[in-house]
Design a protein around this ligand. Structure first.
Ligand SMILES: [Cu+2]
Length: 318
C-alpha cells in the first residue's frame, strides 16, 4: 500500500513538472497573428520578414533599444507587444506563417542583425529553393573606420514623409507591397560575387572562389523549414527548405564601421530573397534558425529555444 502510494505521488510530481515546463514554455513563446503574405498572381504569394537584433519599439518607455528613427520609417514597429516578449532578443517579425498548397512562395527577408558565424557549413547554401538559388542584396558600405567615408545620399522625403540622411530609394519593384517605407536603401551592382556591396545570386557552385555558397562568417541566421513526412498516401508530404540569411553589411571590410542609427540598427537591411513551391497536400511544418545567434548554451538558448523568435510554424493549407 505504502509502495503504491509512493509511486502515485511520484507520477503526480512528474506530471506536475511536465505540465509546469509546458506551461512556462508556452507562456514565454511569442505568438503573433498568422501571416499569409501578399498575393502577387494566381498561385503565388510574397511573404515578408524583418529580422532584428532587438526590439526597436517605442511605446514602452523602459525599452532600452527604443529606436525612434527606425520607427518613424517603419511605423508598424512602434508598438511594443503587451505580452512578456523579451525586447532584448533577436527575432523574426512574423513567426507564424501559412500558405496554400501548390503555391509559389517568394520569401523576402530583410535582416538588420549582424553576422554570427555559422558552425555547420551544411546551412551556408540555399536548399530546396526554386532552381536551388537565392538572391542576396548587400547594402553599400559608406563609412570606413580609417575616417574615409561616403555620405549616404540625402533623400528629401521618404514614403513616410521623413526627411534627412537616409539611404536612397531602391527600385519600386523591390519594395514590398504593404510596407513602402522599407524600400529605402542603396545597393550597388555586384561585379564579383560577395566582394563589394551589391546583389548576388547564390546557388550550388556559386559564391566566392573557395566556397560554393555564402561564406560562413557572413551568415547571421538561417530560415529552415522542415517537418516529418507521413508514410500513408494522404499524410503530409516531405518539405525541406533552407537558406542562409546574410548579416547586415555582410561584406564590410574588416575594421569598417557600418552606418547605423543612434539605437544601433543598421540604416539598411541585407535582403535575402528566394522562392519555393508548397506541396500538393496540406501539412504542418516548423521553421527555425540554425545559426547560434541566441544566448546561454553556445548561443542556442534564449531566443533560439523560445518559440516565436528564431522559430515558428509554416502551415500548408488546403
Ligand atoms: Cu538566428
Amino acid at each position: 500500500m505504502r509502495k503504491a502510494l509512493g509511486s502515485t505521488i511520484f507520477v503526480v510530481v512528474v506530471a506536475l513538472i511536465v505540465a509546469g515546463v509546458g506551461y512556462s514554455l508556452n507562456a514565454l513563446a511569442r505568438l503573433p497573428q498568422t501571416v499569409t503574405g501578399v498575393k502577387t498572381s494566381p498561385g503565388a504569394v510574397t511573404i515578408h520578414e524583418d529580422v532584428f537584433p532587438f526590439s526597436p519599439c517605442t511605446s514602452n518607455s523602459s525599452n532600452p533599444h527604443a529606436d525612434a528613427d527606425f520607427v518613424a520609417l517603419n511605423p508598424r514597429y512602434a508598438q511594443c507587444s503587451s505580452s512578456n516578449d523579451n525586447l532584448n532578443w533577436v527575432w523574426y517579425s512574423d513567426p507564424i506563417i501559412s500558405a496554400p498548397v501548390n503555391t509559389v512562395v517568394t520569401m523576402e527577408i530583410y535582416n538588420y542583425d549582424s553576422a554570427t558565424p555559422i558552425l555547420n557549413n551544411y546551412f551556408t547554401q540555399p536548399q530546396g529553393t526554386t532552381a536551388g538559388t537565392m538572391s542576396v542584396q548587400i547594402p553599400a558600405i559608406k563609412q570606413l573606420k580609417d575616417g574615409s567615408y561616403q555620405q549616404l545620399t540625402t533623400a528629401t522625403a521618404n514614403a513616410s514623409g521623413v526627411s534627412g540622411l537616409q539611404p536612397v530609394a531602391l527600385s519600386a519593384a523591390n519594395c514590398q507591397p504593404n510596407n513602402g517605407s522599407l524600400c529605402y536603401a542603396q545597393y550597388e551592382s555586384l561585379t564579383a560575387p560577395v566582394q563589394g556591396a551589391g546583389t548576388g545570386v547564390y546557388g550550388p557552385g556559386t559564391g566566392v572562389a573557395t566556397t560554393t555558397n555564402v561564406p560562413a562568417a557572413y551568415v547571421s541566421h538561417t530560415f529552415t523549414i522542415h517537418g516529418i513526412a507521413g508514410s500513408t498516401s494522404d499524410a503530409q508530404p516531405y518539405l525541406y527548405i533552407s537558406v542562409p540569411i546574410s548579416g547586415a553589411y555582410a561584406d564590410a571590410p574588416s575594421g569598417a564601421s557600418t552606418p547605423a542609427d543612434a539605437a544601433g540598427l543598421p540604416l539598411a537591411p541585407t535582403i535575402t530573397t528566394f522562392s519555393f513551391t508548397t506541396p500538393s497536400r496540406p501539412g504542418s511544418y516548423i521553421w527555425q534558425c540554425f545559426d547560434p545567434c541566441g544566448a546561454n548554451y553556445n548561443g542556442f538558448g534564449g531566443p533560439m529555444s523560445t518559440k516565436g523568435y528564431m522559430s515558428g510554424t509554416f502551415t500548408v493549407t488546403a
